[in-house]
Design a protein around this ligand. Structure first.
Ligand code: ZN
Length: 481
C-alpha cells in the first residue's frame, strides 16, 4: 500500500495547481519531453500513438468529404511571403528564417512555413487555368514553425504538427459552403472521437486569420475553465487569389479570380484531450483514440505463474479488433501496474488471478468511474465492447455537463469581471461590435471573444457589456490557451 501511495503522489493535484498537474501528466505518462532546442518538444511513442489515432480519425473524414492529401515545400521564399502585407505582418514576429545553404549565404531568405498559404497559392496559380480545373480540394499533414517565447507541451511549441486544407472554388457560395462544411467536420470529429463538446461560431475581425474574409472556430472548455481553440476554418475570399494571381477562364469566357478556403487543427488537440478528461490519477482517454483500449494485468503467484501467463495471453488474443496490451512483466507488482495504467488513461483494465481462473471469470475495471465487475470469461468480449462504447459516451456526457455548468449569461460588467476571476468558464454577453470594447475587456479581464455563435442574437433592447451602447452581437467570452 505504501508503495502505491508514493506512486500517486508523483502527480500534482489537479485542483491545487492545474498547470503543474498538466505538465506532470504529460511527462509521467511518457507522452512528451522537453528538448535541448528551446520551444521544441519531443513527442514520445505514447503521445505520438494518441496523435496518430486523432490524425487517422480526422484524415478519414477529410477524405470522405472529397479531399486528397498532398505535400508542399517547408520553405517559403521571403518575396512570396511579402507579397501579402497583412499576412506577413500577422506572422512576422513568429517566422524562423533560413539565411544560409551550407556555407553560402542565400540570395533570398527562406521562411520556414508558419502556415502555407503563400507557397501553396503560388503553386495553385500555375495549376489553375480553366473552370474545369476547379474545385481544388487538397489537404496537407505537415510540421509548422512559429517562434514562441513560452513553451507549453502540446499547447504552445515552436514546432508543431497539423493538417491544413487549402481549397479553390469557382464561386463565393461554393467557398462559403466548403468553409462551413469543414467547420462541421471538426465539430463532429471533436464530439465523436475526442468526446469533447464545442462551441461553434465566427471570430471577430480582431481575432480572425490574417488575410481571411471570415474565420470560423470551434472552442472547447478545459477543466480549469479556460477555453481552447480546437480548430479554425477560414473563408479567404479572393484576397490571396488576387495577390498570387490565381485566375481561371470561366465558362462565359471571362477571366476570374478563384475563391479560397483554408482550415486546420494541430497537436494542440492532444493537450485538449488531457485537460478535458484527465483527473488526479492521470489521463482518462476516450476509448476511440486511446493507444491501448484494454490492459490485462495478471495477478501472479509463484506456483501458478505459468498457468496465469498462458491464460492472460489467450484472453488477450480473444479480443481481435481491440487495441490490447497484456502486461506480463514480473518485475512490477499488480498494484504498481494498476496505478501505472490508470495514469496512462487506459479505458478498461482486466485482472486475472488464480481464483478467477478457477471460477472461469475475469475482473473488469473501467478507468472513468473505477467501477469493478466480475464477468464470466465467455462474456468478456461482449462486455468489453459494450464498456468501450459506454465510456466514450459517459466522457462526452460528463464534459457536456461541465460545459453547461460553466457557461453563464451576464449583463453587468462588474459581475462579468467578478465571474471571470472567480469561476472562469464561458461568459455569454452582448457586445456592440466595436474593437475598442473588445480591447478594453481583454485589458481589464484577460478574456477575449472566443466566437460569435450562429445560434444566439441580442434582444432588441440589449446593450454592450462594456460601453452600454446598443448591442449588435451576443458572444462567448473566455480566458483562453
Ligand atoms: Zn461596446
Amino acid at each position: 500500500m505504501a508503495a502505491e501511495k508514493e506512486f500517486v503522489k508523483e502527480l500534482t493535484s489537479k485542483s491545487e495547481d492545474f498547470s503543474q498537474w498538466y505538465v506532470d501528466v504529460i511527462r509521467k505518462t511518457d507522452m512528451a519531453d522537453y528538448s535541448s532546442i528551446k520551444g521544441c518538444m519531443v513527442i514520445k511513442p505514447y503521445g505520438y500513438a494518441l496523435w496518430e489515432n486523432i490524425r487517422d480519425g480526422l484524415d478519414r473524414r477529410i477524405k470522405a468529404t472529397g479531399h486528397q492529401n498532398a505535400y508542399f515545400p517547408l520553405f517559403v521564399p521571403e518575396s512570396l511571403l511579402r507579397l501579402e502585407a497583412e499576412h506577413i505582418e500577422g506572422f512576422a514576429p513568429e517566422v524562423a528564417w533560413v539565411t544560409h545553404g551550407g556555407n553560402e549565404k542565400l540570395e533570398e531568405r527562406l521562411a520556414i512555413r508558419p502556415t502555407s498559404e503563400a507557397i501553396i497559392c503560388s503553386i495553385y496559380a500555375k495549376w489553375i487555368h480553366s473552370y474545369r480545373d476547379l474545385p481544388i480540394l487538397i489537404n496537407q499533414w505537415a510540421n509548422i514553425v512559429r517562434w514562441e517565447k513560452v513553451t507549453r507541451l502540446f499547447l504552445r511549441t515552436t514546432e508543431f504538427l497539423w493538417q491544413e486544407g487549402h481549397t479553390c472554388h469557382r464561386t463565393e457560395e461554393e467557398a462559403q459552403e466548403e468553409t462551413i462544411k469543414m467547420l462541421n467536420v471538426y465539430k463532429e470529429f471533436m464530439e465523436t472521437e475526442l468526446a469533447t463538446p464545442v462551441i461553434v461560431g465566427q471570430k471577430t475581425e480582431r481575432e480572425k486569420f490574417a488575410g481571411a474574409l471570415r474565420t470560423y472556430t470551434i472552442e472547447a472548455l478545459m477543466a480549469d475553465g479556460k477555453a481552447l481553440q480546437g480548430g479554425t476554418s477560414h473563408n479567404l475570399g479572393q484576397h490571396f487569389a488576387k495577390v498570387f494571381k490565381i485566375k481561371f477562364l470561366d465558362e462565359d469566357q471571362s477571366e476570374k479570380y478563384v475563391w479560397q478556403t483554408s482550415w486546420g487543427v494541430s497537436t494542440r488537440l492532444v493537450g485538449g484531450v488531457v485537460m478535458v478528461h484527465g483527473d488526479d490519477a492521470g489521463l482518462v482517454l476516450p476509448p476511440r483514440i486511446a493507444p491501448i483500449q484494454v490492459v490485462f494485468v495478471p495477478i501472479y503467484f509463484e506456483r501458478t505463474k505459468e498457468e496465469i501467463r498462458a491464460k492472460v495471453t489467450a484472453l488477450a488474443e480473444a479480443l481481435p479488433g481491440i487495441r490490447v496490451e497484456a502486461d506480463l512483466r514480473d518485475t512490477f507488482t499488480p498494484g504498481w501496474k494498476f496505478n501505472h495504467w490508470e495514469m496512462k488513461g487506459v479505458p478498461v483494465r482486466i485482472e486475472v488471478g488464480p481464483k478467477d481462473i478457477a471460477k472461469h471469470q475475469v475482473v473488469i475495471v473501467r478507468r472513468d468511474t473505477r467501477e469493478k465487475i466480475f464477468v464470466p470469461e465467455t462474456e468478456m468480449r461482449a462486455t468489453v465492447e459494450r464498456l468501450l462504447v459506454d465510456i466514450q459516451r459517459s466522457l462526452f456526457d460528463r464534459a457536456t455537463a461541465f460545459l453547461k455548468e460553466n457557461t453563464r449569461s451576464v449583463t453587468d460588467y462588474g459581475e462579468f469581471k467578478e465571474l471571470i476571476e472567480s469561476k472562469r468558464g464561458f461568459l455569454v454577453a452582448d457586445w456592440c461590435g466595436q474593437a475598442a470594447c473588445e480591447d478594453k475587456i481583454k485589458e481589464d479581464t484577460k478574456a477575449t471573444i472566443r466566437c460569435i455563435p450562429f445560434d444566439l442574437s441580442p434582444s432588441p433592447q440589449a446593450t454592450c457589456i462594456c460601453c452600454g451602447s446598443g448591442a449588435n452581437h451576443r458572444v462567448y467570452f473566455a480566458r483562453a490557451y
